[in-house]
Design a protein around this ligand. Structure first.
Ligand SMILES: [Cu+2]
Length: 108
């Protein structure tokens, strides 16, 4: 059932004009940081007004910094939540490992 919903969301998105995300975005408001050094899923899509939560399940401290916004440190086992009120494509990075760790939140 969940897979069907995700598939429908991906289809709906690809029907719209192109996005620049590398991976097909997943319809979820939860991003996992599993071992090691990654955001999963890397690209997500949420409706405006959604609170997105990142949870660090890796063995290292990471951060979540949306472009143009403040940096949020996320220790091992910790979470950080950011609410996205306006539609748009929001790129973010872990500022400690910006070469390896970045992602996108697409707000519709
Ligand atoms: Cu990191």
């Amino acid at each position: 059932m969940r897979l069907l919903l995700v598939f429908a969301a991906v289809l709906a998105l690809s029907a719209c004009a192109g996005t620049t995300a590398e991976a097909d975005p997943v319809a979820t408001n939860k991003v996992d940081l599993p071992p090691s050094y990654k955001f999963v899923p890397e690209a997500i899509t949420v409706p405006a007004g959604t609170e997105v939560t990142w949870t660090n399940n890796d063995n290292f401290t990471h951060t979540v910094k949306v472009d143009g916004q403040e940096d949020h440190k996320v220790g091992r086992g910790d979470s950080v939540s950011i609410t996205f009120d306006k539609p748009g494509s929001y790129h973010y990075v872990c500022t400690l490992h910006s070469k390896d760790m970045d992602g996108t939140v697409i707000v519709t």
